[in-house]
Design a protein around this ligand. Structure first.
Ligand code: ZN
Length: 136
């Protein structure tokens, strides 16, 4: 893994949590973005190069809605930057980690992403991400 890229936090109300984290971190989010594929609305704060991603469900069948239903609001995932992502996926599969998809998917903040199954990672959901090249 190249670096901890961001920490994802599941929230019920993004607007409220944006206000809370703006107060906590002393700066507003630098972007807000919907990821229709995942059924989430996100906002991002930059804290010295590591980002905080707040995630709110925009559909009842969104993974974030299910997560909050089961476990409540809070820490959702750790995202590590890797490059190239395909090589790291192969490497981790060979080590016995389960990937939640065969191919990287389009994520927020101009990233291609893939999740590891939390069963094999001490129940911490781990995301691999890489910068998305336009047209790729
Ligand atoms: Zn993320």
């Amino acid at each position: 893994m190249d670096k901890l890229e961001h920490i994802g936090i599941a929230v019920k109300n993004l607007e409220k949590s944006n206000r809370l984290f703006t107060k906590l971190l002393g700066k507003p989010p630098y972007k807000s973005e919907d990821v229709p594929l995942e059924g989430v609305r996100t906002s991002f704060f930059d804290v010295g190069g590591v980002k905080i991603e707040l995630l709110e469900a925009i559909r009842a069948d969104s993974p974030i809605a299910k997560f909050i239903e089961k476990r409540g609001e809070g820490l959702h995932h750790l995202a590590f930057a890797v490059d190239p992502i395909e090589d790291k996926m192969k490497e981790l599969s060979a080590e016995g980690f389960h990937l939640l998809s065969d191919q990287p998917k389009v994520g927020a903040d101009n990233k291609m992403i893939v999740f590891l199954h939390p069963k094999a990672t001490n129940h911490v959901l781990v995301e691999l991400c890489t910068e998305r090249l336009i047209g790729k």
